[in-house]
Unconditional design. Structure first.
Length: 224
């Protein structure tokens, strides 16, 4: 096997996984999962965690590989998507970086109304708490950057799909062991990790924005 194309898949994975991890933030999500499913048995919580992970994988894959085509149908360019998505993601990261407690408290309040419902795996645990609008926006932006078929689309697809698959596995692990995670990290540890993830999300948003600006300016500069 040629190492160079495979390394391209690894590079794409290393771009996609940190972006998805930062926006999904499965650590804080595990605390929400723990609160929503507190009245369930251990077996039921395990089943719900598996369903959330599977649903999240479907959402991420749909956004990664269909989102850009849906936007194209409405005449939205990749450059516009990257600029708007980069701004939205960066602002989300900035807000989470400065007020992570308020952000998580709002999620906890919204999740409280769903506690005790019959089927909470899809709504609200998958959408909007695990893979909500922010995750979809990041996934669409990542998928929109795919190369042409002749330029290594297969390796790009492999790398991004691997990132989504590993992210789904991480969601399952964190949610399945939410009780142990809460004991290990405690409130202060959770806030620290949330701030680190928020900073990474801010950086990822800026990077997406830079690529979008480059896409806008490149034709203008080439025409000179």
């Amino acid at each position: 096997m040629d190492d160079l194309p495979f390394m391209e898949a690894v590079r794409v994975f290393l771009l996609g996984f940190p972006a998805l991890f930062s926006i999904v933030n499965p650590i804080s999500g595990a605390f929400i999962f723990r609160g929503v499913t507190a009245s369930r048995s251990a077996r039921e919580r395990g089943v719900i965690a598996r369903k959330v992970a599977l649903n999240s994988f479907v959402v991420m894959m749909g956004a990664l590989w269909a989102g850009s085509y849906i936007l194209a149908f409405f005449g939205i360019t990749v450059a516009a998507l990257r600029v708007a998505g980069g701004i939205a993601v960066a602002l989300s990261g900035w807000h989470m970086l400065n007020t992570p407690e308020r952000h998580e408290e709002r999620k906890q309040e919204e999740a409280a109304s769903a506690e005790g419902g019959e089927d909470v795996a899809l709504f609200p645990l998958t959408i909007p708490f695990t893979t909500g609008p922010g995750t979809i926006a990041v996934a669409v932006a990542l998928g929109a950057g795919h190369p042409k078929l002749s330029d290594g689309l297969g390796w790009y697809f492999l790398g991004m799909t691997g990132a989504a698959l590993v992210m789904a596995a991480v969601i399952w692990i964190f949610y399945h062991y939410a009780d142990r995670l809460a004991e290990m990290t405690g409130p202060s540890g959770s806030r620290t990790i949330s701030r680190i993830a928020a900073f990474l999300l801010l950086c990822i948003g800026v990077q997406i924005l830079i690529r979008g600006v480059e896409d806008v300016l490149a034709p203008m500069l080439a025409a000179r």
